[in-house]
Ligand binder design. Structure first.
Ligand SMILES: [Zn+2]
Length: 87
């Protein structure tokens, strides 16, 4: 009680591909989005986080540059990156 519940979001740096978990910036009273490479990190949806976690930093940069979209896929890993060589 008293303490504000912290909602965490996953962020990604579109310049170096680094991922980070931090408090959601859009919650009133929360700190601003974390910075990386001297710019604000981008928030990832839950689906995008699942997909991004399976990529290397370099892959994430290319993926974000092409829009960072995900599409539903069958099976347990329910999402995959949209576009490019869809497997
Ligand atoms: Zn960075």
């Amino acid at each position: 009680m008293g303490e504000r519940r912290i909602i965490n979001r996953n962020y990604v740096c579109r310049l170096c591909g680094k991922m980070r978990r931090a408090p959601a910036y859009y919650v009133p009273g929360a700190p601003a989005a974390p910075q990386c490479c001297e710019s604000a990190m981008r928030t990832l949806s839950y689906e995008a986080t699942v997909v991004a976690n399976r990529m290397s930093g370099a892959e994430r940069i290319a993926w974000l540059r092409s829009g960072g979209r995900v599409v539903k896929a069958g099976g347990r890993r329910r999402w995959k990156r949209a576009g490019r060589s869809a497997r």
